[in-house]
Ligand binder design. Structure first.
Ligand SMILES: [Zn+2]
Length: 426
């Protein structure tokens, strides 16, 4: 076996040589067989030397014998020897996230080939090819909770569902930070198709994860404005006007809210600031029964009118003005109370006059007229001359009236003026 020894010295490594030895084994057998026949031995020796010489020259040029690997119906690699495939299988099994990975790796078939040494595939490359070509293996992700795998699916699907669950309890408008109470991770890798979770199961697993949400929420609450009334003697009784409009203030509150699955566990106020003070609403009301000057009131008192109802028979129920543009004075009295002419003059109206009801108007000359309204009965006729103190009508509640009273007006040069001073009720 001198020739083989010579070859061994020239070949690059033991594994390749083993393969070679295996392949040339049949030649050795042939040689042994040929020993019995001298002629055959001669022929075979020559043939063997020829083949060995060829092997030496092949090895010298970097050309070597290899194995083509056919896996799951496809050519996947050229490897030095079957041991490379075994290593690759081990790597692939370790790469597949399943305890059952071994069972899905199919058996390869090899075929001898000549190749250039540096074209041989590594075990890692073969492992990758095994994974890619194994029909039962898919690239996916495992969802782990506290390190324990609970589901398996497409990574993108898991991530989107997990993210949706994590942020499900975020408070709109708040600064939220949310996280799972357990350690939730997505681990990508290769999995067996049989391990991929049903989508309903995946959703239910993810929806059962507890989420702690911490939200910093800023909210505004209104501070209702208060009201105050300011009296003024410069306006008639009944005058009422909002002189400063009320405005609600704003309190801005910042709270820290901690919740588990949306159920608030703690709620604490971080800050409360009045960002807008309320503005008090001011209503100005009149207290005056007349806005006339003292001199003018004195002059009106001496204009020669008397009160149309006897003192003690009435109460003043409404002054002139009175916030409703009241153009007379109302003297509440019993029905039938006598109404006297405030001054002498001529009756220019006596009858029913719309809102005034039964009423009398007397012209006193010198630009003054007086009106007596809502009467229950009238005692004078149009055109009749009356003296101061004559009974012209009786108190009633006719026309636009809600109770027995005399609505009394003094009309000066066509305008209804405040009668209060004229008839000494100021
Ligand atoms: Zn009135």
């Amino acid at each position: 076996m001198k020739e083989v020894d010579v070859i061994l010295k020239h070949l690059p490594d033991r594994e390749t040589v083993k393969e070679l030895i295996y392949q040339v084994g049949f030649l050795k057998n042939l040689l042994n067989f040929a020993k019995s026949n001298k002629i055959m031995m001669r022929i075979c020796s020559l043939a063997l030397i020829g083949i060995m010489s060829l092997g030496v020259s092949i090895a010298a040029a970097g050309i070597t014998l290899g194995l083509k690997v056919n896996y799951a119906g496809a050519f996947i690699a050229t490897i030095k020897n079957s041991g490379v495939f075994d290593t690759a299988r081990e790597i692939a099994v370790n790469h597949i996230e399943s305890s059952d990975a071994e069972s899905v790796i199919e058996s390869p078939s090899f075929s001898m080939t000549l190749t250039v040494s540096n074209r041989l595939d590594s075990a890692v490359a073969v492992a990758d090819a095994i994974i890619q070509n194994t029909g039962d293996v898919v690239e996916a992700a495992a969802l782990t909770v506290n390190g324990e795998r609970v589901a398996c699916a497409e990574a993108e699907l898991i991530n989107s569902l997990v993210e949706a669950r994590r942020t499900a309890f975020d408070i709109s408008g708040a600064q939220n930070s949310s996280d799972f109470t357990d350690e939730v991770k997505t681990v990508t890798g290769y999995f067996l198709k049989s391990e991929i979770s049903d989508s309903n199961e995946l959703v239910s697993v993810i929806d059962s994860l507890d989420v702690k949400t911490v939200s910093v929420l800023t909210s505004d609450t209104e501070i209702p404005f208060s009201k105050e009334t300011v009296k003024t003697s410069k306006q008639l009784i009944g005058y009422s006007k909002i002189t400063t409009a009320g405005q609600n203030g704003i309190t801005r509150k910042t709270e820290n809210i901690e919740a588990i699955n949306g159920e608030i566990v703690t709620r604490s106020e971080l800050e409360s600031v009045v960002v807008k003070e309320p503005v008090t609403q001011v209503t100005t009301v009149g207290t005056a029964i007349s806005t006339a000057s003292a001199a003018q009131r004195s002059e009106e008192r001496s204009a020669g009118f008397i009160c149309p109802l006897k003192r003690g028979s009435f109460v003043i129920t409404s002054y002139y003005g009175d916030g409703r543009n009241h153009k007379g004075i109302d003297l509440g009295a019993d029905k039938g109370t006598s109404i006297y002419a405030a001054a002498s003059g001529t009756v220019i109206f006596s009858g029913y006059d719309g809102d005034y009801g039964y009423s009398v108007v007397i012209d006193h000359g010198n630009g003054y007229k007086t009106r007596y309204a809502h009467a229950s009965a009238l005692c004078v006729k149009k055109g009749q001359t009356v003296n101061q103190g004559d009974v012209v009508a009786y108190v009633g509640s006719t026309g636009y009236s809600t109770g027995n009273h005399l609505h009394f007006e003094i009309i000066k040069n066509g305008s209804r003026v405040n009668p209060v001073s004229y008839i000494g009720l100021d």
